[in-house]
Design a protein around this ligand. Structure first.
Ligand code: SF4
Length: 181
């Protein structure tokens, strides 16, 4: 029997590759916790794509409550930061903290995130934050860099093959703003 793992899912394309990799060694449950995504229609669209991946890979995906107000409040002082800057560290921490709490509630000893598929995410920062949160809660965090070994390209090819929507900005209002300038 494979050990259990809770994987934070940020979007369908990243999950399609990374959950597949994790399933080789773990019995994976996914959690969709992304209060950063704006506007709400975009949130709905990304969740829908993640649900398609849930079916394709046959795992359970839990949706946490979508409360963007809390995310806006926490990141308000950092709204002028560029993508990959200090706002992103707060954003990663908020999502991984909730993932850790969900792992505890489910009795799972370990958690991970699929976010490291993206070349736009700072993997070292994600791994440092995830490990710190894990230590705080007595859990294990699986440090990954899914974009390595052609991981990002594989995720692009897989999502194309399955007709998944690929977003053109990271997720928050500010990354949307910056993608249009
Ligand atoms: S750019 Fe992406 S990681 Fe950074 S704050 Fe926005 S949604 Fe979060």
């Amino acid at each position: 029997m494979k050990p259990g793992m809770l994987a934070h899912v940020c979007c369908g394309p990243d999950a399609l590759y990374a959950i597949g990799v994790l399933q080789q060694e773990y019995d994976v449950i996914g959690v969709f916790h992304n209060p950063n995504i704006w506007p709400p229609e975009e949130y709905g669209r990304r969740l829908e794509e993640a649900r398609k991946v849930e079916k394709i890979l046959d795992f359970q995906l839990i949706e946490e409550r979508y409360v963007p107000e809390a995310w806006f409040e926490m990141t308000a002082p950092l709204k002028s930061e560029p993508e990959r800057g200090r706002r992103c560290a707060v954003c990663y921490a908020l999502r991984l903290e909730r993932t850790a709490l969900r792992a505890l509630a489910l009795g799972l000893p370990a958690f991970a995130t699929v976010m490291s598929v993206s070349p736009l995410k700072k993997t070292d920062v994600i791994n440092r934050i995830g490990s710190r949160i894990a230590r705080k809660h007595g859990l294990s965090f699986l440090e990954t860099d899914f974009k390595k070994k052609g991981g990002f390209q594989k995720s692009v090819e897989l999502s194309r093959r399955h007709g998944l929507y690929r977003q053109n900005y990271c997720g928050c209002l500010y990354s949307r703003r910056d993608s249009r300038t």
